[in-house]
Design a binder for this molecule. Sequence first.
Ligand code: PRP
Ligand code: URA
Length: 209
Amino acid sequence: MGKVVIMDHPLVAHKLTIMRDKNTSVKDFRELVSEIGMLITYEATRDLPMTTKHIETPICEMDAPTLAGRKFVVVPILRAGLGLVDGVLRMVPAARVGHIGMYRDEETLEPHPYFCKMPKDVAERDVLIVDPMLATGGSAAEAIGEMKKRGCKHIKLMVLVAAPEGIKFLQEKHPDVDIYAGALDDHLNEKGYIVPGLGDAGDRIFGTK
Ligand code: PRP
Ligand code: URA
């Protein structure tokens, strides 16, 4: 079974509280998505393979640790996932970016894919799918399925806020995928929104409401 890592860190908790506040501005909300994205990336990259490199410090020679340089791709689920990309890229600047377009039908809550553009060698890359919200889990499960269809084997999912229902659904559909979340909330309401949550992440990032 894949790991579920819920961030237990004062900075993440503090920043999420500001994001949850309905009076937080679009500008601040957007900046916080990016900052928390950076902090969760730190945790989600903890098991990146390492090698050593022979260098000379001003004092002596040493075999120093360095990333083994495995290929990496970050995959935002449009639209809201876009808000997390720059935080990831600040930590892993050489990563490629693939895009998956998907929206959730507000009545049925079913995901509808509308776009997919990946680097050619995506099957050889470690994949980090990013989306601020894991609600029913339908969108993330569909996105993971798209990546598996393209031959990807090492897939992780990073979200800011997760609902228990979404985690359970993903563990059933894709038990091999590790999930990293800024917070685990209480439940979904009758409209499929996370409670207490932070509302519609895409609308709050892009100011469309
Ligand atoms: C939101 C969110 C996730 C999805 C989560 O996107 O960003 O992609 O809902 O819900 P689920 O786990 O029940 O599938 P939305 O469909 O509102 O599109 P947007 O990013 O364009 O706002
Ligand atoms: N998508 C969102 O943006 N927010 C939720 O609470 C659930 C799905």
